[in-house]
Design a protein around this ligand. Structure first.
Ligand code: GDP
Length: 311
């Protein structure tokens, strides 16, 4: 039987079959698939797996995971368990939504760009959803419009919504319909409020209870998938700040700044880092105003962090 992983707590997985049957599943033995990556969790939310129902306990819907099907993609973060270990956040994604806000709290461009680089490296399209439009005054709306112009010109979708007044929610639903979407955002931007708007009755805050340890209430640190009532599914990812720039050699970073791509091949040196090298077409494009200077600053900042981290 085939099923999709909706939740993983390390040793137990909540999986659901295509006809909506839910099982609590364990991994059969230790098998290592997708060994192109060394990860701390062999199975992640969004994974398609093969299961065998375990009928030994008539009161429980238990199953064994016997195989994991090839992933179309996945997103990772560095693992707290070791420098070179990675943790797969989610697999088989159609797209990612980054929830942002212009104020209360302001999402920095550096944070947005770091997320975009990570998603681009894993070939995952991103929609930037700016929430709390109900509190934006003229100044904030101008800021939003500048951000919207910048990122739509690069090729990203940008949406303005309010979880409070529900403005923009139908447009968001249309973008999520029938897709598997990873949803991330800084704490406080209204991600839970948006999820509750999209899935009335779920009440994300009160759901995040540890039923496994029995140690009472605590906020989950695991990604979890939810079915959308209008079709498609949403993967909620707590702890987005842990997304790192994993596995990107510094000479490749500019490939993930999509607007830099056309200029990279025009640089004099093919290993140009677009810092101080002569004949750099990327820097020339920044100076001519073709590439946004703040994006270039994000590029240089991330490049610096990669040098410190791994390369
Ligand atoms: P999360 O940390 O991203 O999950 O954010 P929450 O959904 O918990 O929301 C954080 C705070 O922002 C709460 O006080 C919400 O009531 C508030 N909030 C969320 N969405 C909106 C919105 O669209 N407009 C306004 N004015 N406040 C919002």
């Amino acid at each position: 039987m085939q099923a999709t992983v909706y939740k993983s707590t390390g040793s137990w997985y909540t999986v659901k079959t295509a006809d909506g049957e839910t099982f609590q599943a364990r991994m059969k033995g230790i098998f290592k698939k997708n060994d192109d990556i060394t990860s701390t969790n062999p199975i992640a939310v969004g994974d398609h797996v093969t299961i065998e129902a375990d009928d030994s306990d008539a009161n429980a819907k238990n199953a064994m995971i016997t195989d994991i099907l090839p992933r179309t993609n996945y997103i990772v973060r560095s693992s707290p368990h070791g420098k070179n270990k990675k943790h797969i956040v989610a697999a088989n994604l159609d797209q990612a939504v980054l929830v942002c806000t212009v104020k209360e709290p302001r999402t920095s461009q550096g944070f947005i760009d770091r997320f975009l680089v990570t998603a681009a490296a894993y070939h995952i399209p991103v929609i930037l959803v700016f929430n709390k439009m109900d509190i934006y005054k003229e100044k904030e709306l101008e800021k939003f419009e500048a951000i919207e112009e910048l990122y739509t010109n690069i090729g990203y979708q940008v949406l303005l919504v309010s979880a409070k007044t529900k403005e923009g929610i139908p447009e968001l639903e249309a973008l999520l319909k029938d897709k598997t979407t990873l949803m991330s955002g800084h704490s406080g931007v209204g991600k839970s409020s948006l999820i509750n708007d999209l899935m009335p009755g779920l009440d994300i805050k009160t759901k995040e209870v540890s039923g496994w340890s029995g140690k009472g209430l605590h906020t989950t640190t695991f990604a979890e998938m939810h079915d959308l009532p209008f079709g498609g599914s949403l993967i909620d990812t707590p702890g987005v700040r842990e997304f790192g720039i994993v596995d990107i050699p510094k000479t490749e970073l500019s490939h993930y700044f999509l607007e830099m791509q056309p200029f990279i091949s025009q640089c004099q040196f093919n290993n140009c880092l677009h810092l101080n090298e002569p004949g750099c077409a990327v820097k020339a494009a920044v100076e001519e105003g073709i590439i946004d200077v703040d994006r270039y600053v994000s590029y240089a900042t991330i490049l610096d962090s990669i040098q410190e981290e791994t390369y």
